[in-house]
Design a protein around this ligand. Structure first.
Ligand SMILES: C[S@@+](CC[C@H](N)C(=O)[O-])C[C@H]1O[C@@H](n2cnc3c(N)ncnc32)[C@H](O)[C@@H]1O
Length: 288
């Protein structure tokens, strides 16, 4: 039987003052109800940039504030899933008062059983060990480019794409006096060997890509030579890399930018030799 909110908050505060972040779990390891302060909700939503026409899911939605704020400010359709039925009742009432009950839905549901396919934004304020359990589902079910935003806790080996710290003087849970907001973009699958012609500039280019989350290791080859690759980056479906090397006997920098859709990359390459630069279209196809 769970305690009323004020008792919970008090117990959690006392624990958080003396021990690490994990001490605010219930005895069974589940995450208690603690609210995200309004200024942190604001920062989470500004990082995730939910849009009208997109769907947002808050895993463990508490009083509904994140889903309600996304609906109110951005017109985003949202679902809050919450294990505690009294909080679902409260969230529905809050949505009605905010006039967004048509957009903001709340269900009593275990977050581990929530269908995330087709969802554009997932928000979390859960304990670190819960985040790590959810992480494989996020990577498997969300489409490339979907955004995941977490208050205070990261995802272990899946490094965030952006991290922001905010001073929150009154905060007594977890990291005291401050909040951290993390953003991840679900990476597209870029693994494999890609080939594409750059007409009039080296002929066929080959890229061999190894991938761990959004981190890429790329080897590039053109005109029978290995070329130096640096600055490779994958943000969702957006790929960038810089290749330096001799093409037709002249040293040049090549900034490749492309969007990865399934087995194709479509984009452009900016070629410069320090004095002149040109831009050409770039297409690469993943080799079977
Ligand atoms: C720290 S609160 C965050 C509330 C809200 N998302 C916010 O940021 O203000 C975590 C919430 O997750 C809920 N929760 C814990 N385990 C859950 C589970 N397995 N499925 C759904 N909700 C859960 C808790 O009841 C609690 O309301």
């Amino acid at each position: 039987m769970k305690l009323p909110y004020w008792t919970t908050t008090l117990a959690i505060c006392l624990l958080a003052g003396t021990a690490g972040a994990q001490s605010w779990a219930w005895d069974d390891g589940t995450t208690p109800f603690v609210v995200t302060p309004p200024e942190v909700v604001d920062r989470m939503l500004r990082l995730a940039e939910p849009k009208a026409g997109e769907t947002l899911v808050d895993l463990g939605s508490g009083d509904g504030r994140i889903v309600i704020e996304a609906a109110r400010r951005f017109g985003t359709r949202g679902l809050g899933v919450e294990i505690d039925p009294s909080l679902v009742t409260r969230a529905r009432e809050n949505a009605r008062r905010a006039g967004v009950e048509a957009l903001a839905r709340f269900e009593v549901q275990d977050l581990f059983e929530t269908d995330l396919r087709g969802v554009s934004v997932v928000t979390l304020y859960l304990l670190p060990e819960v985040n790590r359990k959810v992480m494989p589902r996020l990577l498997q079910d969300l489409k490339p480019g979907a955004r995941v935003v977490s208050h205070d806790y990261d995802m272990g080996e899946w490094r965030p794409d952006e991290t922001i710290e905010l001073p929150i003087a009154e905060k007594l849970i977890g990291p005291l006096g401050r909040s951290t907001v993390y953003l991840w973009l679900v990476p597209a699958n870029a693994r494999g060997t890609w080939k594409g012609l750059l007409q009039g500039h080296g002929g066929e280019w080959e890229f061999r890509v190894r991938q761990r989350f959004q981190m890429l290791e790329i080897e590039a080859r053109a005109q029978g030579r290995e070329l130096a690759v640096r600055g490779s980056r994958l943000r969702g479906e957006e790929l960038k890399l810089v290749v330096t090397g001799n093409i037709d006997g002249r040293a040049r920098n090549h900034l490749f930018r492309g969007t990865l859709k399934g087995e194709r990359i479509e984009g452009e390459v900016l070629i410069s030799d320090g004095e002149e630069s040109t831009t050409r279209p770039w297409t690469a196809i993943r080799q079977p």
